[in-house]
Design a protein around this ligand. Structure first.
Ligand code: NAP
Ligand code: MG
Length: 479
């Protein structure tokens, strides 16, 4: 792939500065592609393109037709599934089978929002006797989207498809560490017939292109997925013009296992929820809360699966790939070193095969326990394949520990007791609770987003459309 990775006015362009950035394959640490290093100049051009597209034609396209464009994109993603999956695996380091799931989910987002585009409606409201009031949903106009590197295809698809269905045009800034699948997805969307100027894309660095997008005066709404720190910067930039935001900001999600749980069913899902994408999932189940009297047996079952995990290059398609970058590997290894220093017992660590490429960013999946509440492994987001086991005594303590971080994204609750399932679900302060299952990353139909430091607004499902449209109230006095 060359470095024509900026899409503006329906044309693929290099950065206006001519500069490029190297793309590193996390499986071996080698450069394998280059992207354009877009800056504020490229963002301004892309925003102008999106604005002209909105005012010029897209705002007049009825929902049913917007939906047809999206349906064609969904179909075309499926035709190019294998190509997209290998690109995603290579770019992010995730095992091929996980990238294949991402492609399927990306197609589902376009399919879901294709069906939703002509079902966005307001309401008629009761008011005084001689009046009729209607509240209609309108698109914002031009929306800005900043996504992270961990699930470029899924997150790109969910935010693009929803905003186009809502009737907006957009500018997307993917993460510099992994964005090739998004560039390819945009090509696929255009080839499938999407009017080329409604979708604009600028690759580049967060501090340059991302910051310029958040700060651009003509962006009407910003959807951001990433770290809480950068989320704050994006909100500050948007606040200067009082533009609204949707913030998806990570988590420290608990898996809460009671002694009556079906441990055989729970444990493989619990292990998957922290090793999928090498733990670099915002909704990773990174805390394992276990009722004290079942602690040894649950930990024993998790240890058994952890020690069997196979780590390797994305295209070897094992259980766990490398982390995204040398920086991320260093960050996660910092957590491991500090855990050793703090004397936290490592209960299991997956072994590396002898033939792992030397330059890859591999970190062995590791289980720690018992982790005291005061330790950072119990409260900070590691964003790596690191699971912290924490014992609890009763339901009240499970809820208290479950809520004892600054985050509130998702939670898993494992118990056969029906009353307890709902009491615990209601007691947890987070955006999604899974009972006897755990859907890290999945669920196109299900509103997704956080409470507390994990953010606000919702993506996915019909709910996302509420956050990508605005409401106009029309008051008619008919006498
Ligand atoms: P990040 O640094 O916050 O980056 C996210 C996005 O923001 C990237 O596109 C990044 O661009 C861009 N960015 C960086 N600095 C910016 C700035 N000053 N202004 C505007 N945009 C800027 O996050 P990350 O380290 O890449 O991703 C990991 C974090 O994201 C974790 O905390 C994780 O939990 C969270 N996350 C949350 C969700 C969710 O749905 N809630 C999903 C995935 C990840 P560059 O990368 O190109 O610099
Ligand atoms: Mg980054």
């Amino acid at each position: 792939m060359n470095a024509l990775t900026i899409l503006s006015d329906g044309k693929w362009l290099p950065a206006s500065s001519g500069e490029t950035l190297e793309m590193i394959d996390p499986s071996d640490g080698r450069e394998f592609a280059r992207i354009a290093r877009g800056t504020a100049v490229d963002i301004a051009r892309a925003v102008n393109s999106a604005r002209r597209a909105f005012e010029g034609h897209w705002s007049k396209v009825p929902g049913v037709e917007r939906g047809r464009f999206l349906a064609k994109i969904a179909e075309s993603i499926r035709v190019h599934a294998e190509e997209l999956a290998s690109l995603e695996a290579r770019d992010t380091g995730k095992p091929l089978k996980q990238a294949r799931v991402d492609v399927t989910v990306a197609a589902r987002y376009f399919e879901f929002y294709a069906g939703a585009a002509d079902k966005i409606h307001g309401e008629a409201l009761p008011f005084l006797p001689e009046y009729q009031v209607i509240a209609i949903r309108e698109p914002y106009g031009v929306t800005g989207h900043i996504i992270p590197w961990n699930y470029p295809l899924q997150m790109g698809a969910r935010t693009m498809a929803a905003t186009l269905a809502a009737g907006n045009t957009l500018v997307l800034k993917p993460a510099e560490e992994a964005c090739l699948s998004i560039v390819r997805l945009a090509e696929i969307a255009l080839a499938a017939g999407l009017p080329p100027d409604v979708l604009n894309l600028v690759t580049g660095l967060g501090e340059e292109a991302g910051a310029a997008l958040a700060a651009h005066p003509d962006i009407d709404h910003v959807s951001f997925t990433g770290s809480p720190e950068v989320g704050t910067l994006v909100q500050q930039a948007a606040a200067k013009r009082n533009a609204g935001c949707t913030m998806e900001l990570g988590g420290k999600s608990p898996q809460i296992v009671f002694a009556d749980a079906d441990v055989d069913a729970a444990v493989p899902i619990i292990v998957n929820a922290i090793t999928q994408n090498a733990g670099q999932t915002c909704s990773a189940g990174s805390r394992l809360l276990i009722e004290r009297r079942a602690y040894d047996s649950v930990v024993g079952a998790v240890v058994e699966l952890f020690t069997k995990l196979r780590v390797g290059p994305a295209l070897a398609d094992l259980d766990c790939g490398p982390l995204i970058s040398a920086t991320q590997k260093k960050r996660v290894e910092g957590f491991l070193a500090k855990a050793a220093e703090d004397g936290i017992p490592a209960l299991a660590r997956a072994a590396f095969a002898n033939d792992l490429p030397a330059g890859g960013f591999y970190v062995a999946p590791t289980l720690y326990g018992p982790v005291p509440q005061s330790n950072r492994l119990a409260s900070e987001e590691v964003f790596g394949p690191v699971l912290s086991a924490i014992p609890f005594t009763d339901e009240a303590e499970a809820i208290r520990i479950g809520n004892a971080t600054a985050y509130g994204l998702t939670a898993g609750v494992w118990t056969e007791n029906g009353g307890r399932q709902l009491r615990v679900a209601k007691g947890l302060k987070c955006g999604q609770v899974f009972i006897n299952n755990y859907g890290a990353g999945g669920g196109v139909e299900l509103p997704f987003g956080g409470m507390k430091r994990s953010g606000y607004g919702r993506e996915k499902g019909m709910e996302a459309l509420q956050h990508l449209t605005t409401l106009k109230t029309i008051v008619v006095k008919h006498g």
